[in-house]
Design a protein around this ligand. Sequence first.
Ligand SMILES: NC(=O)c1ccc[n+]([C@@H]2O[C@H](COP(=O)([O-])OP(=O)(O)OC[C@H]3O[C@@H](n4cnc5c(N)ncnc54)[C@H](OP(=O)(O)O)[C@@H]3O)[C@@H](O)[C@H]2O)c1
Length: 246
Amino acid sequence: MFEGRVAIVTGGTRGIGAAITRMLCENGASVAAGYSRGKESAERFRDTMAAGGAKMSIHQGRVDETDDCNRVFKEVIDEFGRVDYLVNNAGITIDKTVRKMTVDDWRQVLNVNLSGAFQMTKSVLEHMIERGSGRIVMISSVIGETGNVGQANYAASKAGLFGLVKSLALEMAQRGITVNTVAPGFIATEMVEAIPEAALAKVIEKIPQRRLGKPEEVARVVRFLLEDEASYITGAVYNVNGGLDM
Ligand SMILES: NC(=O)c1ccc[n+]([C@@H]2O[C@H](COP(=O)([O-])OP(=O)(O)OC[C@H]3O[C@@H](n4cnc5c(N)ncnc54)[C@H](OP(=O)(O)O)[C@@H]3O)[C@@H](O)[C@H]2O)c1
């Protein structure tokens, strides 16, 4: 399906990002998976994938650092010669109520989740414009739609992505580049495993399907949006949340 195509997946060696990387490789793409601090686990993931025949590379870089984004883009061009798909998946949480949240807690989350997606997009955009084609997918969150106690910074960053996507989709509409958002609900990854057990049980009670989602269930929607046949879909939000918000 994606033979000859090249994708960058930020945060692509763990959790939802790893599922997206795996899905892309299984469908024939070459994938440059980004990571920030998890060098050892990124290397392990790459080695396992390579043993299975995947064409993938890993790239250290912080999405909240402009120079890192530009360097990672250059590394990918040097290695694969082109970029067809960008999946802005890297994200963090620093959960506290607004009363306890410091300005630094606020800035860190906004810098990675929102400004990071902006900066990585800036790094690849001119290349996509020159080629007259490209697909950009942002991984937002149901929390960006509903808000959540203790997650004002995270909710604001994920809501911000909706505005970024819609504006960029308009700007790119006549340039062969689609820009869309996938908004997962609660998905079984390390990010959700960090929620205390009792609190997680309460979350699951509120999910109409009464279970967490799987990273692969998010990756399938990303695959759909990257397919050639999805060419008329832009500026859209796809929820993958078991009915938690509709
Ligand atoms: N899990 C959920 O329930 C859920 C729900 C809705 C939305 N999401 C969103 O889905 C995305 C992936 O979530 P996940 O659950 O898979 O999270 P995760 O397991 O915690 O993985 C986060 C990924 O982001 C990378 N990352 C963190 N800070 C970075 C930075 N400054 N620069 C570059 N990469 C950075 C991490 O790299 P390192 O490994 O090197 O640290 C890691 O690969 C996030 O945007 C998250 O907000 C998750």
